[in-house]
Write a protein that binds this ligand. Sequence first.
Ligand SMILES: [Ca+2]
Length: 489
Amino acid sequence: MEIPASCALLFLLFCAGLCCIDGRKESVTSGSSKGDDANQKRPSRASETKQSRCSYTFIVPQQKLTGALCLSTESARVNRSEVASLRALLELQQDQLDQMRGRLEEEGTLASEMKILRRESVNMNARIAQLYAQLLSEIIQKKEQVEEQRRLEGLLLNATSQLHQVSSNYRDLEKKYDTLASLVNNQSQIITLLEKQCQLKTPTKELQEATSLPAQQSSVLVNINTEPKDVQRDQSAPFHQAQARQEPLESFDDSPGPPTETPFISFPSTKSPGPWHDCHNVLESGEKTSGIYLLRPRNTNRLLQAWCDQSRAQGGWTVIQRRQDGSVNFFRTWDQYKQGFGNLDGEYWLGLEHLYWLTSQATYKLRVAMEDWQGRQVYAEYDSFRVEPESDWYRLRLGSYQGTAGDSLSWHNNKAFTTLDRDKDAYTGNCAHYQKGGWWYHMCAHSNLNGVWYRGGHYRSRYQDGVYWAEFHGGSYSLKKVAMMIKPA
Ligand SMILES: [Ca+2]
């Protein structure tokens, strides 16, 4: 009886084992297919639940079987439902696990993105900090620049005010210089007069003796007697004048005579009161007496007075400049040279503006008459003479030379006029400062008839500032008498 019982037990165990192996296989197959396709998951589970309905029966052999063998299947059914529920739970958990993995992966992506963003943020912060520092330094620099600019502006303002001060000082100095120059000139004239007074005492005695001398010596006396003609009007002696009128100079016979105690102004009595276009027009109208006439050049309402020389070289000459006794200061400003100055019956300058209007109405020629201290008379004539308007600095336009004095003016042709306050010459300095008068300087002069009137011819001065004509006695000889005059060519 023992052997058949044990055989039956083994058989049951084998059958149960087979059922169990089949179920597991189904389970493994369904597990592997689940990852591949979610749609296949549910059908596989259904088949699994169908096939997992096997039962396990464990029969423990007794040491000694004495009675009948009994089998109970109720407990096995309970265990199967628990396993099923456990499996369902396991699957649920696996689903949850899968979901969590998915989330984890998503979160991992987010985390890496966050890392990248953080890194970028850090970089941006560093960049912003750098830019901020740069901006700060630029602001500081600009602030410093503004301060520097303010400082420079302040310096500029100071410099400007100082410049104004200096320029006003310069103007004051210029005025003082003009005053002093005029004073020096006046003083030199006074010295000349005093010298003349000293000299007059001796000739007076000589003259008294000379009245008893033979006739052949009277020519010497003429030279002595003409001397007082160079004195200023309050210095001439009546008997000298009478003597001089007996022996008039040929070339200068129409120049106003020696100044008298009462000012001599020659206003000839005329048929009409004028005005005339120039002295040639005066002569044409029949007025043949030399003297002061009222002129009005064509194309202008400008009225002016001028000395008309109606006897020299066929007459009709308008005198534009005259030197004869040093009574007038010719060291003058631009405006004075422009308008004219001096005395019409003595030394004078007609004025550049008048010269411009006169010489623009026709073609004029220029005659320069000169006399040295020995009584020698020469002239220089130019077949055309014109001055440009003030806008061109009264530039000199000169024609061809002919005459006996030599040509000392052509070098000044096409040159602008220069005065002590307006330097238009080609020299680095102002020629008018050195030559003490206004002229059409080049670099500087071969002639200057507006210089200082020195007595006696040769003079000593630091500069060539006498009344000179280089071709006639050179630059260190101041001429005794000079007259510039114009007439239509
Ligand atoms: Ca110059």
